[in-house]
Design a protein around this ligand. Sequence first.
Ligand code: IPD
Ligand code: CA
Ligand code: CA
Ligand code: CA
Length: 268
Amino acid sequence: MDAFAATLHHAYRVAVEAAVEAGRVLRWHFRRGLEIHYKGEIDLVTEADLAAEQVLISRIREAFPDHQLLSEESGEILQRSPWLWVVDPLDGTTNFAHGFPVFSVSIALLHEGQRVLGVVYDVMRDELFAARRGEGAFLNGRPIRVSRTSRLEAALLVTGFPYDRQESPFDNTREFVALLKRCHGVLRVGSAALDLAAVAAGRLDGYWEFRLSPWDLAAGALLVEEAGGRVTTPAGDPLPPLGTDIVATNGCIHEELLEALAAARAGA
Ligand code: IPD
Ligand code: CA
Ligand code: CA
Ligand code: CA
């Protein structure tokens, strides 16, 4: 095994263990109830976000002290390393803070700007989604595939909305309304990582969202690709390493969804 493969192998184990341990912390806080703080008008953070983040950071730092790390609440640790961890200790804070049991832990690892490892843990359903580049995607150890839905009109989609309440071309309102009328339904689950995991597992056919942060989608994007799906920007370009605007589908409906989003944006 070469050095890259050995590091990736070790990283996989560390990521899975860290996700499950952070999940335990989140479950404990969820049952106990907690204090909510506001980062913005509707942008929340709880003690649980911070406690789970401490678990992820300490596990990763312990195993890989020289790797770089980017995390939602604590910012970044920059070093000279080709390895960059991009983590969200609690994806779905609004659900969590309201007692709605749908949230996740998201952990991605990039090597020289390429996503090579993704782990998304659905804490309350105890579902662990994991992928390594070139090795497929798995749910609790079993291979997963994207759906075969071939037309947008027969698709079940999911999306999300930014915390910024100002009207803007990226507030997703036009796209949301337009797409509702073009398919079987558009969900809003509230965890971008779980949205992507659901597309990877073939439970949903497509997902789009604008103005995310890299930690929301880095792990989930790799899950979708490794499950046979397609991931691009809304313009149809490859998703950059720290991309924030995404369209992810089973592949079959990708072009149709890109076109529908572009038409909605243009007001057509
Ligand atoms: C949020 C979730 C949500 C998405 C928001 C994200 P957070 O992350 O992923 O689904 O719509 O844009 O910020 O704040 O719960 O980690
Ligand atoms: Ca998030
Ligand atoms: Ca978060
Ligand atoms: Ca947040």
